[in-house]
Design a protein. Structure first.
Length: 125
């Protein structure tokens, strides 16, 4: 596969990596400072095998995620680590067959109270 220099320059300008291109954007959330619980609502009937959480603009310390499926079931994921800005969690495998993801509940803490607030994105594949 040959990628032109124009395509590489475009990806670099937009901050798009090749992994991000292979996954669907499930949603984004700009989060507040301090300990919080927020929800990324995912719409649509598309199914996924795994999800990944990425952090932008400010580091976030996650305690856990609760992935709520379309059938009402859920998957509690213990993250328990700081995700620096510009980095992501590992791909989190969803239990069972491909799943409809209804929402992702984020439990986290952000450090400090200056600078831009963190933006969290969820991707699925």
């Amino acid at each position: 596969m040959r990628i032109s220099m124009y395509t590489i320059a475009l990806f670099a300008t937009l901050g798009i990596g090749t992994v991000a291109q292979a996954a669907d954007l499930l949603g984004t959330r700009t989060v507040n400072y301090g300990s919080e619980t927020d929800v990324i609502v995912v719409g649509g009937p598309k199914t996924y095998r795994s999800v990944r959480i990425c952090v932008h603009r400010h580091a976030v310390e996650f305690s856990d995620l609760d992935i709520i499926y379309g059938n009402g079931g859920h998957h509690d994921v213990a993250v328990r680590r700081v995700i620096p800005k510009g980095e992501c969690t590992r791909w989190i495998d969803l239990k069972g067959p491909r799943r409809i993801v209804q929402k992702i509940v984020l439990r986290y803490d952000t450090w400090g109270n200056t600078g831009p607030r963190a933006m969290i994105t969820a991707r699925g594949k």
